[in-house]
Design a protein around this ligand. Structure first.
Ligand code: PHE
Length: 339
């Protein structure tokens, strides 16, 4: 046994030292130390030895195996270093080659519109607030002066999560959250996704709105109109704005606001359906019941407005189908990279 083990040890050692590259070194390792290698074969012979000899030989063979492993690792390192330096010598560094490209992503058009709106309002002292997407019925409806069974709940096809929880149908519940978190005077914007059971080429079950709420002393309809007109001119350039009477349970009086058509300058075109005007969103003076739901006391007044962002982006960039905004087709999204 001793002779056999010694022979294998010397043969393996020789093979390792003579290996010319890491590949042949590896082959030698497999030959002598692999599962079916010569060394494993004598390990199997151990069981034929008399019991009292087994521990002694077991230990001996183990030592030999360890020594071989160390030899292998030393040689491996040597060879790898040699290979690396000869590789480096061979390679010519071509400094004129262009560097590898690192393609970077860009912001989604809806994110860009949100950022743009925020940048218009923050210099005026407005801050940004968010709220949960799953809202209690109370925040989404009741606190906004829409009691249970009120017919206006049907206007927004609501996704119910549980009996008292909905996917918020608008960003208006953030008005209540803002009133509960800060004491007036306050001015907040609340951008984010909202959900309605609605789907066609211009409606998607998930879309984005941005809400504005300002509360102070002596806030009038003129302040609302002035603020919106400033905002829309900043966003769209020189456009006209008009108010149309409307109804929202959480504002009184309420209006919808339009801008003069960006495409035909009020002459009438398919985009504005020949009306000369494009509808942007809803607004009004905060209903006193909204203040009381939020627990706000005192002589406060305020205005609020909301608008849908996909519609805006579709108009601005001439996007024919709302789904293009959510399909993540890079060919579509890349068009907005530098806008
Ligand atoms: N929440 C309303 C909607 O989704 C819009 C709105 C916001 C109206 C604020 C008035 C004031 O249609």
């Amino acid at each position: 046994m001793k002779e056999k083990a010694d022979t294998i040890f010397h043969a393996a050692k020789k093979a390792f030292l003579e290996a010319e590259n890491s590949k042949s070194l590896y082959d030698a390792k497999v030959l002598y130390m692999g599962k079916k290698g010569e060394f494993s074969l004598i390990l199997k012979e151990l069981k034929n030895l008399p019991a009292e000899e087994k521990p002694k030989w077991g230990q001996k063979l183990n030592e030999i195996r360890k020594r071989l492993e160390t030899l292998y690792l030393q040689r491996k390192q040597e060879l790898e270093e040699q290979e690396l330096s000869s590789q480096v010598e061979k390679d010519i560094l071509d400094l004129s080659l262009p560097p590898p490209e690192h393609p970077s992503g860009s912001l989604h058009p809806i994110t860009k519109v949100i950022d743009e709106i925020i940048h218009i309002f923050t210099p005026l002292g407005w801050s940004v607030q968010t709220g949960p997407l799953v809202e209690s019925d109370w925040y989404n409806f009741t606190a906004l002066n829409i009691p249970p069974f009120h017919p206006s709940r049907d206007l927004q096809d609501t996704f119910y999560v549980e009996e008292d929880f909905v996917l918020r149908t608008h960003t208006s519940p953030v008005q209540i959250r803002a009133l509960q978190s800060f004491s007036p005077p306050l001015a907040v914007l609340a951008p984010g996704p909202v959900f309605r059971h609605d789907s066609d080429i211009s409606h998607s079950p998930m879309f984005h709105q941005i809400e504005g709420l300002l509360v102070d002393k002596h806030v009038s309809f003129a302040d609302l109109k002035g603020t919106l007109s400033f905002f829309l001119k900043k966003l769209f350039g020189p456009v006209e704005m008009r108010f149309r009477p409307s109804f929202f349970p959480f504002t009184e009086p309420s209006a919808e606001y339009d801008i003069s058509c960006l495409f035909c300058k009020k002459r009438g075109c398919p985009v504005c359906k020949k009306s000369g005007w494009i509808e942007v969103g809803g607004c009004g003076l905060v209903h006193p019941n909204v203040f009381s739901s939020a627990g706000l006391k005192g002589n406060w007044e305020g205005f609020a407005f909301g608008l849908g962002l996909e519609r805006l982006a579709m108009l601005l960039y001439n996007i024919p189908n709302i789904r293009l905004l959510f399909e993540n087709d890079l060919r579509f999204l890349r068009q907005f990279e530098n806008l």
